[in-house]
Design a protein around this ligand. Structure first.
Ligand code: SOE
Length: 390
């Protein structure tokens, strides 16, 4: 049967633009879907670079004005991969124009913005998705399955750490990632948002937090051309500018279900490249996962005879594991890009089905509420209830 064409407009490019383009172009080759995504329109701030990107990634045309995309009668889905500070304006315009929204994380730079996005999307009745991609790593989805089946019992502890090191060098330039009005926060927003999303997914809602934040390098050279996520570009200016975000944020959380959690988010952990790690301890067992070995889930089953107990390393690659069955076969490991395929697949299924997919922009707003509570806790040196934010 002929598939229904679904026209996609991508706003932003860079590293995330490549990951999304690859997924839109290829998810249908792995998964059966009712829709065939068409890479219709892409947007970048400089037209020549956007055109080059379009040609390489297979987009039909390019523009340097995102309103061309949200305003185009040809577009069904607006995919936002631009820096965080523009998410809200674009998502609201797209929702008002009746386009479905697929957006990179974190949702926005403030809770107020994230809430406005979620409200616009709910009101428009569109399908909306916020890409906290790690939920769709098969090992993480399998951890969720084990938790839902009660295999680790009641949860006592969450230990989340998301560590990177790409800005330890004080000469790494002041890209948008270091500006509060553009990024919302430092690792707290960029990395901590992922951990908070995973914790909300696997453990439950957070009720209160106590946090400390630190900025180790308060001035950085202004960026030259080519500076981007993970890359200094190599031609920074001699002039310096002020860093107004955290370089590290550590947080203790009290979950509504009684569990206690800790979250470390830093870009100053030398040697840790994309160390997205969690441990979950429950009454019947424990789980441990780390992105740098993303296909492995460690499971300790305390219901086994004591003499046989120990953490079991499960290779989450077999046909029975979430998402894995459509790929290569047991032991044939997946990579970073695969979770983006899974997100596109679930998004297309939501469009064919009841329109529901998580995390969505409501989850995005709930996540930012926790992050803002952490900022408030650090500023006021006290424990902050999430309900104080609003
Ligand atoms: C940069 O820190 C970054 O690209 C994050 O923005 C992503 O969310 C994470 O998946 C990888 O690192």
């Amino acid at each position: 049967m002929a598939k229904k064409k679904l026209n996609i407009g991508l706003i932003g490019k860079g590293f995330m633009g490549r990951a999304h383009s690859l997924a839109w172009a290829n998810a249908g080759r792995i998964y059966d879907t009712e829709f065939e995504p068409v890479l219709k329109y892409c947007c970048g701030t400089q037209l020549a670079a956007a055109q080059e990107f379009a040609e390489r990634q297979g987009w039909e045309k390019a523009t340097d004005d995102w309103r061309d995309v949200t305003g185009s009668s040809d577009i069904d889905v607006v995919d936002i991969v631009a820096p965080t500070y523009v998410h809200s304006e674009i998502a609201i315009a797209a929702a008002k124009a009746g386009k479905h929204v697929f957006c990179e994380k974190p949702a926005a730079v403030t809770y107020a913005q994230a809430k406005a996005m979620a409200e616009a999307a709910n009101e428009a009745g569109i399908v909306h998705y916020l890409n906290h991609n790690y939920r769709r790593v098969p090992a993480v989805a399998y951890a969720k399955q084990l938790i839902d089946e009660g295999r680790i019992g009641d949860i006592y502890h969450w230990r989340g750490a998301y560590l990177q090191d790409w800005v330890v060098d004080p000469d790494f330039p002041l890209t948008w990632h270091f500006k509060k009005e553009m990024a919302g926060g430092g690792p707290l927003f960029d990395l901590g948002s992922h951990s908070v999303d995973l914790a909300r997914y696997l453990v439950g809602e957070i009720g209160a937090v106590t946090a400390v934040q630190k900025t180790f390098v308060s001035e950085r050279p202004l960026p030259g051309e080519g500076a981007a996520t993970f890359s200094s570009g190599g031609n920074a200016s001699a002039e310096k500018g002020h860093v107004d975000i955290d370089d590290a944020s550590f947080m203790i959380a009290e979950f509504e279900n009684g569990a206690l959690g800790s979250f470390d988010a830093t870009r100053f952990a030398n040697g840790r490249k994309n160390w997205n790690d969690f441990e979950i301890y429950g009454s019947k067992g424990s789980l441990r996962w780390n992105f740098e070995s993303m296909n492995e889930l460690y499971f300790f089953d305390a219901t086994q005879p004591a003499v046989e107990q120990g953490f079991r390393r499960i290779s989450v690659t077999s046909g029975e594991h979430p998402y894995a069955g459509s790929w290569w076969g047991p032991g044939h490991v997946l990579g970073y890009e695969n979770a983006f395929f899974h997100a596109v697949y679930d998004f297309l299924r939501a469009l064919s089905g009841d329109g529901k997919i998580a995390p969505n922009l409501n989850d995005g707003a709930a996540c930012i509420k926790v992050l803002e509570a952490a900022i408030k806790s650090n500023a006021e040196k006290r424990r902050v209830e999430i309900s104080e934010i609003g």
